[in-house]
Design a protein around this ligand. Structure first.
Ligand code: FBP
Length: 551
């Protein structure tokens, strides 16, 4: 096996732990606080989680006694999309477990939650773990999107754990996976089983955060990677002065990634889906926002610029959201008749003749490629796969048409050439930044301490993240405390609330204050590549979002 020089160097990197976790593991005891309760729907959550409702928060402190750790078998699962730092959660978990008792075993279930259901796993040892320390990706054991949510699945999990005498499972995932970790933990407790389940907050999207979780891991590295690329395009635009770059950024629904990249790079336009929904903007309004920026700059002789577009945009434009929902229902209901059609003209007529006037108008306003994308590519649930809609291309084409019209009217005399980009997968498996390497290792180390103390239904929580790592806090938060009830497929379900961009929050407010200047001036910032070695202000800086939210 050949390694890059950076990979070799990263193998040697020792992630930083919070001071409390730097004490010998045999001197750490858990201390619990007051009983907790969710802010909303407390009675309903209590009824659904009789065994794990009201659990206390957990912290650790040092005792003068020696704390013995029994040998245990533990399993770990990676769930959902990749996020930089997943390997470090596992190495932190492994190191804590082996320091506590070298006879303990850590199993990695392969390919996500389905690995547990199908009993496919590996047993980690030092050599195995050492290959993956401080590296990006989830390839150590793979990931998957199977949801652990049915009683049959929970029974299978219990059987697999019993077979291998596994008494603890750590699930590394996003809001849904951590919700399911809580449901599984509750299920085991109700069955009188001794299996503890603890979650770790993962997702580049940054939408798993609240009062108790400052940020999900991966957001830091992914946004720094995208910002480097955006900065490079800014330099190019600044050099050639002839292109507008439209850059779609991953992040599924929430616009945290787009907003953070805007704060890091200061583009001319950044759309924030949550704002567009709140202001009930139409697609034409969105196009007009960008067209206005292009025209404003063109009037100053600046025929170039950068526009950031969040991945989930179309679902937040109320009229497009309605159109998508209508198309989902229509195509599900008339699936056979629709699939018998062979030409695009037939398909288009079929759909437009069945849409009501408003929906038809929106549909017909879209470029043909986008109309086709809305009618193809449905997921197994019959929904259009929104992330595959090429919003960035759609907006270029619509802005182009709007400017052509303005030209005819004599109100635009500049030039416009749009180039489209989509940054998503480029950032999900980057070498974790020092922040993510340290944070993830701490989350894993801390998760071991939670399960070894038999806490179940908790999420591993490391806080005070804007301070240097030695001042970080470490402990556990009961997952039920972060839940509320939401409608899913027509039923009210307990879930961890997804955090969308808060339009009253400091990151958005700062952006709102600055965007007029960023639009007309050229105020680009070039963040450059993530640095792993060098001065702390260069290598350990936190995201702008985290620093604005917490300082
Ligand atoms: P998670 O929510 O599972 O962390 O996934 C994040 C994400 O990268 C989204 O930003 C993106 O929309 C989606 O995964 C892409 O999914 P896939 O990996 O299945 O293409």
């Amino acid at each position: 096996m050949e390694y890059s020089a950076l990979q070799k160097a990263r193998y040697e990197y020792q992630p930083k732990l919070p001071s409390i976790l730097r004490n010998p593991i045999h001197s750490l005891v858990a201390v619990t606080g007051e009983a907790t309760s969710p802010a909303q729907d407390a009675q309903e959550i209590k009824d659904l989680f009789p065994s794990t409702f009201g659990l206390p928060k957990v912290d650790f402190e040092v005792t003068g006694d020696t704390v013995r750790h029994q040998a245990i078998n533990m399993g770990v699962i990676l769930s959902g999309g990749q996020a930089p730092g997943g390997h470090n959660v596992i190495s932190g978990l492994y190191d804590a477990l082996k320091q506590a008792n070298p006879e303990s075993n850590l199993y990695g279930f392969l390919g996500g939650p389905s690995g547990l259901l199908e009993d496919r796993k590996v047993l980690f040892d030092d050599a195995f773990i050492d290959e993956y320390r401080n590296t990006g990706g989830f390839d150590i054991i793979g990931s998957g999107r199977t949801k652990l949510e049915t009683t049959e699945q929970f029974d299978t999990c219990a059987e697999v754990c019993k077979k291998h005498d596994i008494t603890a499972i750590v699930i590394i995932g996003g809001d849904d996976s951590n919700t399911n970790a809580a449901v599984l933990g509750e299920y085991f407790l109700n069955k009188g089983s001794n299996i503890s389940v603890v979650g770790c907050p993962k997702t580049i999207d940054g939408d798993l955060k609240n009062e108790f979780i400052e940020v999900s891991f991966g957001f830091d590295t992914a946004t720094k990677t995208y910002s480097e690329l955006i900065g490079n395009l800014m330099r190019d635009a600044n050099s050639s002065k002839k292109y507008w770059h439209f850059i779609k950024l991953m992040g599924r629904s929430a616009s945290h990634i787009a907003l953070e990249c805007a704060l890091q790079t200061q583009p001319n336009v950044c759309l924030v889906s949550e704002e567009i929904e709140a202001k009930n903007m139409s697609l034409q309004d969105v196009v007009e926002t960008i067209t206005d920026a292009v025209a404003t700059r063109a009037a100053k002789g600046l025929n170039y610029g950068i526009a950031l577009i969040p991945e989930g945009l179309v679902e937040f434009i109320p009229e497009v959201k309605l159109l998508i929902a209508t198309l989902n229902t229509l195509l599900a209901k008339e699936e056979n008749a629709y699939s018998a059609l062979t030409t695009w003209e037939e398909q288009k007529d079929f759909v437009t003749s069945r849409l009501e006037q408003d929906n038809r108008k929106v549909f017909l306003s879209l470029p043909t490629d986008i109309q086709k994308q809305l009618l193809m590519d449905r997921d197994p649930h019959g929904n259009v796969q929104v992330s595959r809609i090429e919003t960035e291309k759609m907006l270029i084409s619509m802005v182009d048409s709007a400017l052509a019209q303005k030209k005819k009217e004599g109100t635009f005399s500049g030039s416009f050439t749009g180039l489209n980009h989509f940054f998503g997968y480029e950032g999900r498996c980057a070498f974790p930044s020092n922040f993510d390497a340290d944070y993830c290792y701490s989350l894993g180390y801390n998760a071991y301490l939670l399960v070894s103390n038999s806490f179940s239904g908790y999420i591993s929580s490391v806080g005070n993240l804007t301070a240097p790592a030695d001042q970080w806090t470490a402990g556990g938060i009961p997952i039920t405390m972060m839940m509320n009830l939401e409608e899913r497929h027509g039923e009210m379900k307990p879930v961890i609330k997804k955090a969308l961009v808060d339009l009253e929050g400091k990151p958005f407010k700062y952006f709102e204050r600055m965007r007029e200047t960023w639009k007309s001036e050229t105020s680009f910032i070039f963040p450059g590549a993530i640095q792993y070695y060098g001065p702390t202000e260069v290598c350990d800086a936190v995201t702008r979002t985290l620093s604005l939210e917490h300082n």
